[in-house]
Design a protein around this ligand. Structure first.
Ligand SMILES: Nc1ncnc2c1ncn2[C@@H]1O[C@H](COP(=O)(O)OP(=O)(O)OP(=O)(O)O)[C@@H](O)[C@H]1O
Length: 261
């Protein structure tokens, strides 16, 4: 796995969550959540529906403020979503702006950061190429397939060279074949850029296939019931990795933990 050479040597975690607790007016959803994410690591979050996965991801991204506890990135406390962090949501049709062309959609974070037009255009073209969408800059998102639109959303998340990607069920709205392609795209991007990712998924096989670690949330309020190290090595392959004995063991381990509650 490619570690990021530009990452400060003294820092060991791109994200450090300590004793996080989240209480909504009606109930406490998360309690005492602590974990770290290292540079270039993919951590998958799984757990039953309604357990608090999205809530946790929103707290990690500074989109929601935890009731108590802390989220630190590069050693500093979060105050909103930092520039080196990007979020990819499940619903690409709502996250892309339909009145803007693909290139402009991808370049949005750079525009917000005050990057000039020619550099924005250059970088958007480059990152569209990296996700396999060269030549689509002048199209509108609605002229592309669902899988292509999610690639545009991933390109936009990558355009400003993030150190952490937060992904909330990013492949749940595409067909099975496209899902495999986007999973492999995520692994390739991580290998090439050293970006770390926290990915929420309902699909246990996907969590094991993509993750270096799978965190299982359970209970009410939810805690991390189990952290499973995925010792499958890299690179992974949709056919041979998933058919392997160890893959089956890891999948069973995660499933057992989810079913326990
Ligand atoms: N803004 C809010 N105000 C009050 N309760 C909320 C709010 N957002 C989420 N909740 C509640 O918090 C709990 C966790 O929701 P969350 O969406 O984080 O779960 P999840 O594990 O991501 O669910 P799913 O897997 O179905 O997407 C749910 O009971 C939900 O109703």
């Amino acid at each position: 796995m490619a570690a990021d050479a530009s990452y400060p040597a003294e820092a060991t975690a791109v994200l450090a969550v300590d004793s996080l607790r989240m209480t909504y007016p009606t109930k406490t959803v998360l309690a005492d959540i602590s974990f770290e994410v290292r540079p270039a690591e993919i951590v998958c979050l799984v757990g039953p529906s309604g357990i608090g996965k999205t809530t946790l991801l929103r707290c990690l991204g500074g989109l929601q403020i935890a009731t108590t506890g802390s989220v630190r990135t590069h050693g500093s406390a979060l105050g909103g979503t930092p520039r080196h962090m990007s979020v990819v949501f499940q619903d690409y049709s709502r996250s892309l702006l339909p009145w803007m062309r693909v290139g402009a959609n991808v370049a949005l974070p750079l525009r917000a950061a005050g990057v000039g037009r020619s550099e924005r255009t250059r970088r958007a073209e480059q990152v569209l190429g990296e996700v396999g969408l060269e030549g689509t800059s002048d199209m509108y998102p609605w002229q592309l397939s669902g899988g292509m639109q999610q690639r545009v959303a991933i390109a936009r998340a990558l355009v400003d060279n993030p150190r952490v990607l937060l992904m909330d069920e990013p492949f749940a709205s595409v067909d099975a074949q496209t899902r495999f392609e986007l999973e492999d795209l995520t692994l390739r991007i991580r290998a090439e850029t050293g970006v770390a990712a926290v990915l929420v998924t309902h699909d246990i096989d996907e969590a094991v296939y993509l993750g270096d670690r799978v965190l299982v949330l359970s209970g009410a309020p939810a805690t991390i019931a189990r952290s499973v190290d995925v010792d499958l090595g890299q690179p992974r392959d949709q056919l041979s990795t998933r058919a392997g004995h160890r893959f089956g063991e890891l999948r069973s381990e995660v499933l057992r933990e989810i079913r326990r509650y």
